[in-house]
Design a protein around this ligand. Structure first.
Ligand code: ZN
Length: 382
């Protein structure tokens, strides 16, 4: 964070303390009280680095509570009186304030037609700098991290979470781009992968140590930073598992033959994840055959059959495409060195191992053709 931001932050705190002194005593009290917990959490999980993380933003009654860590110090500020511009001033993104305190749960819009250009990227796993480099190279964002893709669509095909240590920054970048794209006639779609599902459902096996510490330093568990009263958590559960654009179906891992045997529709899957799987009790999910299937290894966020099942054939794929009335499926999840085309281009595997932080690619669709957008060699036709 640069000096200007720090200065603003200081002013922001002073402003908050003066204006809301009756609560700010409590705020500062809790911030101070937690400093010893912070040191213990830090020393145990992340001893060699100073942690700067956040913000994590929560809705509490009619106020917004913002928490963040800076160089191992916890800051917590409550915003009253719609003063949300403070967030943009401090963190560089604007909060989507339309109907902020109304429960945003409704049918997920996951079908789009007549889209002229789109790009897709997946499995970034906290590799923020590499992701930004790719998005800039192909003009999706500008040098100031703003939407630059007009009416184009950007599809995040799952797994921003886990492994890397720059997850939060990436989530807020995508959040900001989504709001900016909406205003320019474009769209950002954030499909959920198995790692989003794991974090929301308290499976924290792959969480970077930095974030384990972050959670403890904020006196909570990491998954609670994405609870339904957090801005990010509420946004996540309203995102799709399956998305269709023109004649292309996007899903994080894949649609298995077992999936179509169950005769479930795209809309049903998105609603079941939204209402009954994401952030819900895993024991209850396990006792429901359909939910357990959707969450499991042959479900849409885990299946790897296109890459690893020798019994999977093009005929099986055609039945899946026919079922959805689509011509192509784009998946992430199964890591490759580059974007790959399988079954004569009916499947594109776009997990290009960005998670390793060294190289990665974007899938580009423009003027009716598909390309690999590479970091070093430009666009390569698929
Ligand atoms: Zn995955």
């Amino acid at each position: 964070m640069n000096k200007i931001f720090l200065r603003y932050k200081f002013h922001y705190l002073i402003f908050a303390i003066i204006t809301f002194s009756f609560v700010s005593c409590g705020i500062f009290g809790s911030a101070k009280k937690n400093q010893s917990n912070i040191k213990e959490a830090h020393d145990e999980f992340y001893p060699n680095e100073n942690i700067t993380d956040g913000p994590y933003i929560f809705k509490e009654d009619s106020t917004i509570v913002v928490k963040w860590l800076e160089q191992n110090m916890l800051f917590e500020v409550t915003i009253f009186d719609d003063n949300y511009s403070l967030i943009e001033m401090n963190f560089g993104f604007a909060l989507d304030t339309a109907n902020l305190f109304q429960k945003k749960k409704g049918p997920i819009n996951s079908n789009f037609n007549n889209v002229k250009k789109f790009v897709a990227i997946s499995d970034m796993h906290g590799q923020y700098l590499l992701t930004v480099k790719l998005l800039r190279k192909y003009g999706i964002i500008d040098d100031d991290f703003n939407w630059n893709f007009g009416e184009g669509h950007l599809i995040i095909d799952g797994d921003i979470f886990d492994r890397g240590d720059d997850v939060t920054k990436m989530i807020w970048l995508i959040y900001k781009l989504k709001n900016q794209a909406d205003k320019s006639g474009g769209k950002v779609h954030y499909l959920l992968g198995n790692h989003e599902l794991m974090v929301l459902n308290k499976d924290l096996r792959y969480v970077n140590d930095k974030y384990v510490s972050s959670g403890i330093m904020m006196s909570t568990n990491y998954d609670q930073l994405f609870s339904e009263n957090s801005i990010i958590g509420e946004w996540l559960i309203n995102n799709p598992i399956i998305l269709t654009i023109n004649d292309v179906l996007f899903v994080h891992a894949g649609i298995s033959p077992e999936f179509i045997e169950r005769q479930i529709t795209q809309q049903e899957v998105n609603s079941l994840f939204q209402d009954k799987i994401l952030g819900k009790n895993t024991a209850i999910i396990k006792n429901d055959t359909l939910l357990d299937f959707l969450k499991g290894r042959n479900g849409p966020v885990w299946y790897r059959g296109y890459f690893s099942d020798s019994a999977f054939t093009e005929q099986k794929l055609d039945r899946i495409l026919d079922y959805f009335n689509m011509n192509r499926i784009v998946v992430g999840h199964t890591s490759q060195d580059s974007i790959v085309s399988l079954f004569g281009g009916k499947v594109f595997g776009i997990d290009s191992s960005i998670k390793n932080g060294k190289s990665g690619e974007l899938l580009i669709y423009e003027k009716g053709k598909f390309y690999r957008g590479t970091l070093d060699f430009g666009k390569i036709k698929l």
